[in-house]
Design a protein around this ligand. Sequence first.
Ligand SMILES: Nc1ncnc2c1ncn2[C@@H]1O[C@H](COP(=O)(O)OP(=O)(O)OP(=O)(O)O)[C@@H](O)[C@H]1O
Ligand SMILES: [Mg+2]
Length: 215
Amino acid sequence: MSVGADLVVANLSVEYRTSGDVVRPFERVDLRARYGELVALRGPSGCGKTTVLSVLAGQLTPATGTVTLDGRPIEGHRTVGIVFQAFNLIPSLTAAENVMAPLVLTGVSRRAARATATRLLDELGLVARADHRPGTLSGGEKQRVAFARALVHDPPLLLADEPTAHLDADHVGVVLDLLRGLASGGRLVVVATHDDRVSALADSVTQLDPSVVAA
Ligand SMILES: Nc1ncnc2c1ncn2[C@@H]1O[C@H](COP(=O)(O)OP(=O)(O)OP(=O)(O)O)[C@@H](O)[C@H]1O
Ligand SMILES: [Mg+2]
């Protein structure tokens, strides 16, 4: 745990309330990390990995604790890139259009958005697939389109939820290289994973221990 970390998660817990029940998937999680690092969030299914990523994405408000990036609360922080557990690509759009979508939605011209999408797809070795729809792409290709889309705003913090879960060994290698390369480029990359190959590459591993509290 380094002093002067860029990302500081302190004493974090989250509560889900459903029909009178309160579920706290974990208690008082702490995590400190710096830009340029690859951080793995580990733990069994249901321990709260996706929940922690949702807090880091500013999509979920903690019950206790604080999350700061660059010394400021994560809520309302400038863009965080997210690669979802199930990719969440839009099936009717091509690979390029999926990558362009977040840019076009924030008012960037289609021409500029296409140029950015083409550059990112090229960097990820997918330019030949730019005009394919997700249904015609392999799992590894879809995963890389999802990474390209998460990178369009050049986010300093990139979150990836089980990025190797649906991939065969060849594609896992590509995604591992990608994760390592993105972190080496100065981003902070936080990955929720069951995969020992991801943890082995990570600069630090935060283990979430299940402690479900029902009240
Ligand atoms: N929207 C929700 N409402 C109520 N409970 C929820 C909600 N989302 C998650 N949970 C519960 O919180 C706990 C943690 O869920 P989470 O999805 O964060 O786990 P996970 O570690 O990502 O699991 P997996 O490895 O299966 O993806 C689980 O017990 C889950 O049932
Ligand atoms: Mg999950």
